[in-house]
Design a binder for this molecule. Sequence first.
Ligand SMILES: Nc1ncnc2c1ncn2[C@@H]1O[C@H](COP(=O)(O)OP(=O)(O)OP(=O)(O)O)[C@@H](O)[C@H]1O
Ligand SMILES: [Mg+2]
Length: 247
Amino acid sequence: MSHIHITLKDVSFGYEKNKNILTNISFTAREQESVGLIGANGAGKSTLLKLLVGLLPGYQGSVEIMDTAVKKETLPWIRERTGYVFQDSDSQLFMSTAYEDIAFAPRNYGLPADEVERRTARALDLTRITHLRDKQIYKMSGGEKKLVSIATILSMSPDIILMDEPSIALDPKNRRNLIQILNQFTHLKIIASHDLDLILDTCQRTILLSRGNIVADGPTAEILKNQKLLEQHDLELPLSLLGRPQT
Ligand SMILES: Nc1ncnc2c1ncn2[C@@H]1O[C@H](COP(=O)(O)OP(=O)(O)OP(=O)(O)O)[C@@H](O)[C@H]1O
Ligand SMILES: [Mg+2]
């Protein structure tokens, strides 16, 4: 199997003609890297993640996942290996119950019934929502739906995890559990979030997007304590670093 990595070269994209939302984005994220994607509202974080899983065709430049270009013909291959959690859970979940949604991908790959059951039970257990197994999605709270969304990708055993605002709506205990899940996943992950403390706890590297441009890409510990840089791009220090003197 080719090496796990994501490579973007000079990627530009706009939803409308002549209006770029992402401009000349280039970076490589390699196996075992954990990358935080930060930026103010509208910076282009969700757009970038959607582009990686082929939800936004018509970009300029090149996007490769494990040496495979992201395009219509390669999407099934890419989606089998890449677990993507939408910012909006209602865009993610489409079956009637948690179990059905979490079992969907393993079933779809043709895994035997006992393996589907094993993976689904494990994903429910990891996200601590076994009690929600047969609950109907439309009756769930926002946080419950987020946890089911996270479980739907864990049951795939992906090589790459892309999560868009995974801690949104989670209570402190579930957020702490999410951090544990993310830290146990060691292949390659990119996490877009305004929860800069979660990024500090889970990502060694951070990419800062501002109006569709990468304005910083480096160690999380350096970027997230750079108050001037964050404020220049309409962000603030993580709560855990507020009030601490900068070195
Ligand atoms: N379907 C769409 N059609 C047109 N413009 C869009 C569409 N989706 C997003 N945009 C625009 O693209 C820009 C970037 O949006 P995006 O959702 O990628 O930002 P974001 O960094 O994820 O923001 P947030 O922090 O609010 O989630 C915004 O200006 C938004 O209005
Ligand atoms: Mg977003």
